[in-house]
Design a protein around this ligand. Structure first.
Ligand code: IMP
Length: 434
């Protein structure tokens, strides 16, 4: 068992393979806690040959005895939650007593999805490319102070009726000639609350008590730093704090509770949805990465945009999150390429930038500054020791560490849990051996 609570979060634009890393580390922790996002996230985990696609419930639920918590920073779509609970029950995995949902989490109401689609349509060419799950509108209501929280579903019915009425009125204002009746929405959310009741808890208090008992927790991020509402490529971001600050606000834990921060980064870069991706490739090379990396969204099935590793991005993530180490994933996807490129800066209209800019217009037409390195023909697939990687792959990883300013403590060489290198002497080894 680890003696340190750690956070695991995405260092690029999401889909870095956090699911596998979290799954692999879970047996070392008593609990896994999600702090932001909603069912826009998605990861696929295989247990004894059976495939599970989880969006909301931490994949820790697949490990017997591990407690799973959904923090106040998450927006919860009750129907999505029930669908996952039902899928798990069909596989004889029962969540009662192991799943806790924050009473302060905001609820994605039945029409938030419709508002998401509408808002994208209104943006036209400037659309974000959201997952259409109603995430943005639910967070808008939260910040607009008209949201409905999980505890509201369980409390005074008159107060809930008022909240739902106010929220539906706000919605009707947004859609021309729309007169949605609040009462059926009210009835639906009351039913949602009743089904959620056994799992509802004061998650901050649960975590506090667990930590006092000497139990350790893994804080699990969804999406990633460059999709963070504050630190990402705004407005092409999700609506929550996916970076490290989200752990404290999204779970009600103090900063000192976070003993270590592990960033997950792919050995190349991908992104779904719109927005800048400075190292984006097109043509045969992009197709090659997409096919061998199976770069299709776990939630929406959308093909992911693919590009070379961007060290400006990972160095930025290391700074914003205080990364202690990186888990580098999908190194094997680069097997067989004659050359691998690393972006170390962007040539822009105002000169060469080596720090990620806030003003995205600077990235329009920017040309990545690349370092070129020889590729490798001997496969890295399945390697479990750094020394057994081909020399060129070892050099590539070392160079990524230098230019990103953070060590790769874990290197993933395949989708299976066993296809992983944990570098000896690394901070991760120390966390787990403590
Ligand atoms: P939303 O979170 O559905 O509002 O989408 C906002 C942006 O975040 C879009 O570009 C999505 O493609 C992206 N996004 C949301 N969730 C994920 C994820 O789990 N992986 C990668 N991108 C995501």
């Amino acid at each position: 068992m680890s003696k340190t609570n750690i956070a695991v979060l995405g260092a690029q634009w999401g889909d870095e393979g956090k699911g596998k890393i979290v799954d692999m580390l879970t047996p070392h922790f008593s609990a896994v806690a999600r702090y932001q996002g909603g069912h826009n996230a998605g990861h696929t985990v295989y247990v004894q040959g059976k495939k599970f696609v989880l969006h909301l419930i931490p994949s820790g639920i697949l490990h017997p005895g591990v407690i799973c918590l959904i923090g106040n920073g998450v927006v919860v779509d009750p129907q999505a939650l029930f669908a996952e609970v039902d899928e798990l029950a069909r596989a004889e995995i029962h969540v009662d007593g192991r799943l806790f949902v924050s009473e302060k989490a905001h609820v994605i109401l039945p029409y938030h999805r419709e508002l998401d689609v509408l808002s994208e349509a209104r943006r036209g060419e400037r659309k974000i490319g959201t997952t259409s799950r109603g995430i943005g509108p639910a967070y808008e209501d939260k910040i607009g102070r008209r949201g409905v929280r999980v505890c509201d579903l369980l409390g005074d019915r008159t107060a809930l009726a008022d909240e739902v009425r106010e929220n539906v009125n706000a919605r009707n204002h947004m859609i021309k000639d729309s007169t949605l009746d609040w009462k059926p929405v009210f009835d639906q959310v009351v039913a949602f609350g009743e089904r959620m009741r056994p799992w509802v808890a004061d998650v901050s208090l649960c975590l506090h008590r667990m930590m006092l008992d000497g139990k350790t927790v893994m804080f699990e991020g969804a999406q990633a730093t460059l999709l963070d509402i504050d630190h990402g490529t705004y407005p092409f971001v999700t609506s929550s704090n996916a970076s490290i600050g989200g752990v404290c606000t999204g779970l009600g834990v103090p900063p000192r509770a976070i003993g270590g921060v592990l960033g997950v980064a792919k050995a190349y870069t991908t992104r779904v949805g719109e927005g800048p991706l400075p190292t984006e490739l097109s043509g045969a090379l992009a197709d090659r990465l997409r096919e061998s990396g199976q770069e299709y969204g776990a939630s929406t099935g959308r093909p992911r945009r693919c590009g070379w590793y961007d060290a400006v991005v990972v160095r930025y993530s290391a700074r914003v999150n205080g990364l202690d180490a990186v888990a580098l994933t999908k190194l094997d996807v680069l097997d067989g390429l004659s050359e691998v490129l690393i972006c170390t800066g962007y040539k822009t209209s105002v000169g060469t930038l080596t720090e990620f800019p806030a003003d995205l217009r600077l990235l329009t037409g920017a040309e990545p500054v690349y370092e070129r390195m020889p590729g490798w023909t001997t496969p890295t697939k399945g390697a479990t020791r750094f020394e057994s990687l081909p020399m060129e792959a070892q050099r590539y990883v070392r160079r990524l560490e230098e230019v990103s300013g953070v060590a790769c403590a874990i290197i993933s060489t395949g989708s299976d849990r066993a296809e992983t290198i944990v570098k000896s002497g690394s901070v991760v080894e120390r966390w787990l051996a403590d």
